[in-house]
Each structure stands twice: as C-alpha cells, then as structure tokens.
Design a protein around this ligand. Structure first.
Ligand code: ADE
Ligand code: ZN
Length: 325
C-alpha cells in the first residue's frame, strides 16, 4: 500500500538498536557451529522457540544466554555487518548502534575483540550507503565500579564511540546510580542517553532524574513521559530525543504505546521510531513504522516528521543533518 511504499523509501536514522539484539537464529546457528558451542538447538525453528519472553527480565535472560555464540572479532563483525546490510536495504542512512561490552567482558571476551569487530563492520558497511557510530551501554544492574572500569577500557577507542547509554534491568537501578560516571563520560566528549523503559513502574522518576539532574540528550523508550506534562514541556524545550520502539508484532512484549507517540508528535517533541532488538521482537525499523502507521492511521506528513526527528536528535554534525532535514 501507499504508506508502506512511502516508509520503505524514506531516508531514516535508527537510534535505538542493540547490535546483540540483531542476532538472527540462522546467524546464531552458524556462529555456534563455527565456535564448536553446543547451544542445544540445531534448526532455525528451534532457536526461534527459545526467543520467547513476556517482560524485560525474561527477555534479558534469553538475550544474554544467546550471546555465548559471540566469541571472536569476526563474530562481532558478522553480526554488525548483517544488521547494517538489512538496515541499508530499508533506507536507514545513519545508525547509532548500542553495544553491551560488559555482557562480553564478563564472560572472558576482551573489550578490544568486541569493539574492533564492530568498528570494522561499520567501516565496511559504508559500501551499502549507511553510516554508523557506536553507543556504549552500561549494564545498569551491574555495579558502578564495573561501569567505571568499562569506561576506562573504552577510552583508547574513544574515536569510535559517539556516546554512552544505560540499559539492562531497570528495576531498582535508577539513572542516578550512574550520575557521576555520566558526568565523566560527558567530560570525555561523549553524548548521553539512558533507557527509561515504558513498562517500569518508576519510569517517570527515572525520566526526571535523566533529564533534570543528569542532563541526558535522549531517553530510550521514554514514552511514559506523557504522564507528566511538565516533563513533556521540558523535553520539547530542550529538543530531547525520545527513541520509541513500537513493535510490529502484537504477540510479543513490549507494547506499541501508539497513543503516547502520537501525543508527543503532536506537541512537537522529538520522538522517533526504532527497532530495539529486531531479531527477538521480530520486526525491523520499517515494519515498526508500518505497524504504527497502520494502527494509528498516520499521514505521510506524520511519518515524515518521525523520520525527520530521527536525524534531528542524532549525533551527526549539523552539516550532515542539513542533508536530511
Ligand atoms: N538490552 C537490550 N535491549 C534492551 C531493552 N530494550 N531494554 C533494556 N535493556 C536492553
Ligand atoms: Zn533498548
């Protein structure tokens, strides 16, 4: 239909995408074979059946378990390159790619193995007419010390990293736990974002901390902000990016939150559409745009505004933004 064609051809930026969340079952099987790891599944269907969850903790358990197949620099390269190729085919022109170094260093894979593979994919991905930058996420359910050590390990690779984020289990792990670390990251010239998940009961308090105290530039998910009109006003005034991830499929957690996305769009907040963990939620960015557009009857102007927002709140130079805006 018309809106699907419009979405397919629209240049987009993707700002909320976990590279580890793009591990498709066929690649998982290939890497398991290559690394001689017995994962207990031997067909795509069997792997698909393990990609089963109903909330953030049950999702995270599956997500971290699957990562065991990622062992070598080439594995990280293959993972990222496969994603970049898919994204480019959906007319994504710019990606800010989350990665979770602690999920790998904690199982004995070196920081340099992870980032060297991801960076090499980004360089080679330019051949598909897509550019990408890395956003290093701290696992908020691990300690401040672990996060601090990770920032130290990252500094020699600072030129390959555009910003830092906060992900993993949000329950009892508020943004403020990492306030000083974020301050140090900012001093190093890194941009700041944080997950404030829609389904967490403290998400309004977490958004407040992230925006009012830590001065982050974006919030990931974050659409619960609509419950607090003062916070929405602040987000509009500051041009805060809100990286929503409305899932294409109705049968998976998380939920779409389409009313909130539309209300934010209507108020002029810089909300955009992303895919989060597409191999698990089983929808890439255009699928998510289309599902939102279909279910909430979006006009082409509204869809175009979402894509425009994605470039506006991205961390590319103004010069490059001007190409897309
Ligand atoms: N890690 C990977 N995807 C995540 C998400 N959507 N929320 C929190 N942590 C994550
Ligand atoms: Zn996420």
């Amino acid at each position: 239909n018309a809106i699907r064609t419009f979405i397919d051809n629209l240049p987009k930026a993707e700002l909320h995408i976990h590279v580890e969340g793009t591990l498709e079952p066929d690649l998982k099987l290939k890497l398991a074979r290559r690394n001689h790891i017995d994962i207990g599944q031997s067909t795509v269907e069997e792997v698909q059946q393990t990609y089963d969850f109903h909330d953030l903790p049950s999702f995270l358990a599956v997500y971290y378990q699957a990562m065991q197949v990622l062992q070598t620099e080439q594995d990280f390269y293959d993972l990222a390159l496969a994603y970049l190729q898919r994204a480019a085919a959906q007319h994504v022109r710019h990606v800010e790619l989350f990665f979770d170094p602690q999920a790998h260093t904690s199982r004995g894979i070196s920081f340099s193995t992870v980032i060297t593979g991801l960076h090499r994919a980004i360089v080679d991905g330019r051949a598909f007419n897509i550019d990408a930058a890395l956003v290093m996420c701290f696992l908020r359910d691990l300690s401040q010390e672990s996060a601090r050590q990770t920032l130290q390990e990252a500094l020699p690779y600072k030129d390959w990293i555009v910003g830092v984020g906060l992900d993993s289990d949000e329950h009892n792990n508020p943004p403020l736990k990492f306030a000083r670390l974020f301050e140090d990251a900012r001093t190093e010239g890194l941009h700041l974002t944080a997950h404030c998940d829609v389904d967490q009961k403290d998400s309004i308090e977490h958004i407040k901390q992230a925006l009012e105290i830590m001065d982050v530039e974006r919030i990931d998910h974050g659409t619960n902000i609509v419950e607090d009109s003062d916070l929405v006003a602040l987000a509009v005034k500051r041009g805060i990016g809100i990286t929503a991830c409305p899932p294409a499929r109705k049968d998976t957690s998380p939920k779409m939150k389409g009313e909130a996305i539309l209300m934010l769009l209507d108020k002029g907040a810089k909300v955009c559409v992303n895919s989060d963990d597409p191999a698990y939620f089983r929808g890439y960015i255009n699928d998510n745009y289309c599902a939102l557009a279909d279910q909430f009857n979006l006009s082409q102007e509204q869809v175009a505004q979402l894509a425009k927002n994605s470039f506006e709140v991205s961390w590319i130079s103004q010069e490059r933004k001007d190409i897309y805006l």
